[in-house]
Design a protein around this ligand. Structure first.
Ligand SMILES: [Zn+2]
Length: 228
């Protein structure tokens, strides 16, 4: 398969991370988890002498937004490295601000070619976001994300993958999800408009069916376009 880049957007609870993992396996792509990537950078012991890193670490650990120009620079560095190594990429929820979009899309285009960039929006109604996120648990050890509604046991105590303990992320609390929904609309909707104007195809999908069905739909779109 040729080198492609897949970008998944959608409100909290739409299943972006789950889809990114499923598709990364299926298509042989690297899941570029921007949050985890940035966390690793600001916590990198070798870079603690950099003033910028210490400042951004403060933002990250305090739950504040990091500086867009910093995010853009680091993400592009990472993406270029992966691309040079011969791999395609899949992003979940990023580039998420206009600043990031305006600076990152042109570089993606240079690295992969416009027709190899696929943008999908996973649509779910707000009530669904609330329900799905408040039921969410994450494994402390391996990061496995439990979707309780799909699991046979009502309230599993340990991770079915590695047996590790679960925790609830603070960003999955109902009052925080409400804020994240507003933020999503404000910050990410303009990116769809921007991408369309630049000639990208932005494909909206109903993401309420089971994750494997949503994945099949995305996969189908990519296959169909790839053959043309
Ligand atoms: Zn686990």
């Amino acid at each position: 398969m040729k080198k492609i880049i897949v970008i998944l957007y959608g409100p909290p609870g739409a299943g972006k991370g789950t889809q990114a993992n499923l598709l990364a396996d299926k298509l042989g792509l690297i899941h570029f988890d921007t949050g985890k990537f940035l966390e690793a950078i600001v916590h990198d012991p070798a870079r603690q002498k950099e003033k910028v890193i210490r400042r951004e670490r403060g933002f990250f650990d305090g739950g504040q937004l990091m500086t867009p120009s910093f995010v853009t620079r680091e993400v592009l560095r990472g993406a270029e490295r992966i691309s040079r190594a011969g791999w395609g990429l899949i992003f979940s929820g990023s580039p998420r601000t206009m600043h990031e979009a305006e600076h990152e899309y042109p570089v993606f285009e240079k690295l992969f070619g416009k027709k190899n960039i696929f943008i999908f929006v996973l649509d779910v109604p707000p009530a669904y976001s609330m329900r799905r996120n408040s039921a969410r648990k994450v494994c402390k050890a391996c990061g496995y994300l439990l979707i309780a509604s799909l699991y046979p046991k009502k309230d599993p105590k340990v991770c079915p993958v590695c047996g590790g303990p679960f925790y609830k992320r603070s960003l999955d609390k109902p009052e925080v999800i409400k804020i994240r929904l507003v933020e999503y609309k404000k910050r990410t909707f303009p990116i769809y408009e921007f991408a369309r104007k630049k000639g990208y195809r932005v494909i909206h999908l109903d993401a309420t069916p089971a994750p494997y069905k949503v994945m099949d739909k995305i996969y189908g779109h990519i296959q169909k376009t790839g053959r043309n």
